[in-house]
Design a protein around this ligand. Structure first.
Ligand SMILES: Cc1ncc(COP(=O)(O)O)c(C=O)c1O
Length: 404
């Protein structure tokens, strides 16, 4: 095919012409997808090794999720929370049971779940813990990524995400990730919560030292502080368990969930916690027009049911070992570091060889889609429906790129 009959270049140009440049996408234009595979406007196929940053844990267009969405589209799509609909209670109950918590508060995007967690923690601090008005603080970690609202970027340590968006929301203390001593020292009598990703995804799949999460759990219990686990990217099967916290037997006070909860179809996020925490919210104090809408609930119920089978967690754990073996074989052959938990991997490319962006462009040219983060790091997060042959294909293609 000659270039001028390909549709991709024109489609890339049009997309750049008509949007704000708040992203720098790879120059591929997707038009359809199924399972772990994407097809672009020119018919070229790609293995998806990003899965919408874990929003597509069950793959593209999982039949059970698509069927639920179709059925719900034909009955009822939106009511607002002014009324109750017939999907709502089942969603909240089944998700609460999956989380082992009393209650669920549904929202839409991940950032909204984080904002909800912050608001609930502050209100809990004032009403239950007895923190003086306006004095609540929350301890967060360096390298965090919790979303893009003005409050959330206020405690980001990534200058791209934070700079020129002030004035910043006060009430957050940033400590090094993985350092229990620093975290403990940062807690004072006005601390209402510790907010952490159990594995830092955007930072490059950074796994904290063993014992860190149990230590955080213990210090939060001892000091009457809520432990909020942002499992928006790490949760729902990605790491080989339902939650990344499960690897160390840790139960936070609040789970923040999103991404995969919407089955790759519709934004669904939620906060799950016990009644002594979420119960601080009263009518009128928090909400969202679209949060917990019938279409979202119908899809998310099926997501929870898929997870309740344990099949996806098992696949992620087993195939993750294959991915680990393959990637560790490339250390010293273009990779300088690899971190793997389930089907989630952060790869550090030798910066002398190429940037993460260049590696992703070369992978895309060979039919594998992944995303760089922070210079020379690439993140792999394939859909959990990926097969072992497809994992081998991803690893082999990466080896070719690194050797080229
Ligand atoms: C850990 C974590 N929290 C929160 C968010 C924000 O989610 P959303 O983009 O849906 O607002 C993300 C998104 O990447 C995330 O990875």
């Amino acid at each position: 095919m000659v270039d001028d009959i390909l549709r991709t270049p024109g489609a890339v140009r049009d997309a750049e012409r008509w949007t704000a440049h708040n992203y720098h996408p790879l120059p591929v234009v997707i038009s359809s997808a199924e399972g772990a595979w994407l097809t672009d406007v020119d018919g070229k196929r790609y293995l998806d090794c990003l899965a919408g940053y874990s929003a597509l844990n069950f793959g593209h267009r999982h039949p059970q999720l698509i069927a639920a969405a179709h059925a719900q589209l034909d009955r009822l799509t939106l009511t607002s929370r002014a009324f109750i609909h017939d999907q709502f209670a089942d969603f909240c109950r089944e998700l609460a049971e999956l989380c082992g918590k009393d209650l669920v508060l549904p929202m839409n995007t991940g950032a909204e779940a984080v904002e909800t967690g912050i608001k609930v923690a502050r209100k809990w601090g004032y009403q239950v813990k007895g923190v003086p008005a306006g004095q609540a603080n929350i301890v967060v970690a360096e390298g965090n990524f919790h979303g893009r609202t003005t409050t959330i970027v206020s405690f980001s340590t990534d200058e791209d995400a934070r700079a020129d968006f002030g004035p910043y929301t006060p009430g957050f203390t940033v400590v090094p990730y993985g350092d229990l001593g620093a975290l403990t020292a940062a807690i004072d009598e006005n601390t209402v919560a510790v907010l952490l990703e159990p594995i830092q995804g955007e930072q490059g799949v950074v796994v904290p030292p063993e014992g860190y999460l149990p230590g955080v759990r213990q210090v939060c219990t001892d000091r009457d502080v809520l432990f909020i686990a942002d499992e928006i990217q790490s949760g729902l099967g990605r790491t080989g368990k339902t939650f990344a916290c499960d690897h160390e037997g840790v139960v936070p006070d609040m789970y923040l969930l999103g991404k995969a909860l919407g089955g790759g179809i519709i934004p669904v996020s939620a906060v799950a916690a016990n009644a002594d925490v979420l119960g601080v919210l009263k009518p009128g104090q928090h909400g969202s027009t679209f949060g917990g809408n019938p279409l979202a609930c119908a899809v998310a119920i099926e997501v929870v049911r898929l997870l309740a089978t344990g099949e996806f967690q098992r696949r992620s754990a087993e195939l993750g070992e294959r991915l680990r073996t393959g990637l560790e074989g490339l250390v010293g052959k273009g990779l300088v570091g690899v971190r793997v938990r389930g089907l989630w991997a952060g790869l550090d490319i030798d910066p002398a060889l190429m940037s993460g962006r260049e590696a992703c462009e070369r992978l895309a040219a060979r039919g594998v889609l992944a995303k760089d983060t922070h210079g020379s790091t690439i993140r792999l997060a394939p859909p959990l429906v990926i097969t072992k042959e497809e994992i081998d294909l991803a690893v082999t293609t990466l080896a070719e790129v690194l050797a080229a």
